[in-house]
Design a protein around this ligand. Sequence first.
Ligand SMILES: Cc1cc2nc3c(=O)[nH]c(=O)nc-3n(C[C@H](O)[C@H](O)[C@H](O)COP(=O)(O)O)c2cc1C
Length: 449
Amino acid sequence: MSNGRQIKLGVSMIGLGYHPAAWRHPDTPSGGNMELRHFVNMAQIAERGLFDMVFLADGVGIRAYDEPPGALSHLANNVQFEPLTLLSALAMVTSHVGLVATASTTYNEPYHVARKFASLDHISSGRAGWNVVTSRTDMEAQNFGLPESPGYDDRYDRAIEFVDVVRGLWDSWEDDAFIRDQKSGRNYDGAKLHILYHKGKHFSVRGPLNVSRAPQGHPVIVQAGASDQGRELAAATADVIYAASQTLDEARTYYASVKGRMAKYGRGTDELKIMPGLMAVVGATAQEARDKYEQMQALVEPVVGLAQLAGSMGDLTGYPLDGPVPRLPEWRLRSRGQLMYDLAQREGLTIRQLYLAIAAGNGHRQVIGTAAQVVDLMQEWFENDAADGFNVLPLHSPGGLEDFVNMVVPEMQRRGLYRTSYEGDTLRNNLGIPRPEHPQSGKQAVAAC
Ligand SMILES: Cc1cc2nc3c(=O)[nH]c(=O)nc-3n(C[C@H](O)[C@H](O)[C@H](O)COP(=O)(O)O)c2cc1C
């Protein structure tokens, strides 16, 4: 049972929705992914729905090959705002919703990240969150002077130290370091400034940070890593996980695996909120929801559908779309290629049916139905140790988010599963996770700058 716990909600605002044809939907502003007013509208709808946070996934480059040739020119998500810049603007037109931006540990320096997120936390009065990613693709590497992405272990090794340095920099100043005594002329108390002097395998950072301690102490740390090292890093450092699970069992296993690792880091399991992505297509009736979904699916052109498969299965151009899915000798992503091939075999899907089946969810759970049906699923996951909340993935934006706020949120509230007003002003308050105390707070320290 929920025991007074309530479901947490975020919304992924990337592009114009999660469906590859979202930008072609008649109600979608087709150029909205590069228009501030579209994101203002999205953030304000989320805040009307009392969402904990809006979330901006990101890459430092276009992360897909143009395969089949010409496919990219049919997709809208090739261009997007830099997330911190966008969220700083959104901070001005919202007052409660959390603002989470993705930043890479492979293509940044810790000082940059610490400073930017601490600044966003001040600008938004305590609503900033950092989605920590290690950036997987070669396309991103090639924007930073590297021929290909560093190996998985190297990226995670750097990420662990990176997060540690960022957190250290966020503790450069104690909360009450700035006295700003205009009479005496003393601006800060030198004993409350702590220089980091970090020297590690990847970074040498003196500090201190030239931003005072953030309103949340530390901005919220979000992560989205499913592998063993990703889970370990999350158990040690994350406040929120954006996960991807298809079934209740899969989600329960993941939830238990991550939460089970927290005790060894001295953390209580409530200190981390696990929020799987959820693509909910909701209608006044189940048929209306299905029609909305089919309307979107009908806008998937073959070149876009084949592009969905190409990333893991290779280019299937030339094979009949309404024929069986071939097994190409070289799959780009072996495990995902195998998964999709198995799905096609199991369900007897043609190439067209396979790409339509995977087009919308991108590995996330989909639910198509009435508000009651959507909330049934959320409640089942929430009450069975599979989720603390969900990251809502609108089929298209803003319509998919509006439907969720107008129909699903009231049903959640009716069942007592969701807030009826914000609990607090900061993202940490609303998520119900503690504000990190300054490690030296109240202790004597000597520092000089
Ligand atoms: C739900 C989800 C969202 C993600 N969002 C991003 C993102 O916005 N940018 C990015 O570079 N990587 C993103 N990733 C990739 C992860 O950060 C991670 O690099 C990747 O999953 C490989 O690590 P893993 O093997 O631990 O899962 C995401 C992964 C998942 C599962």
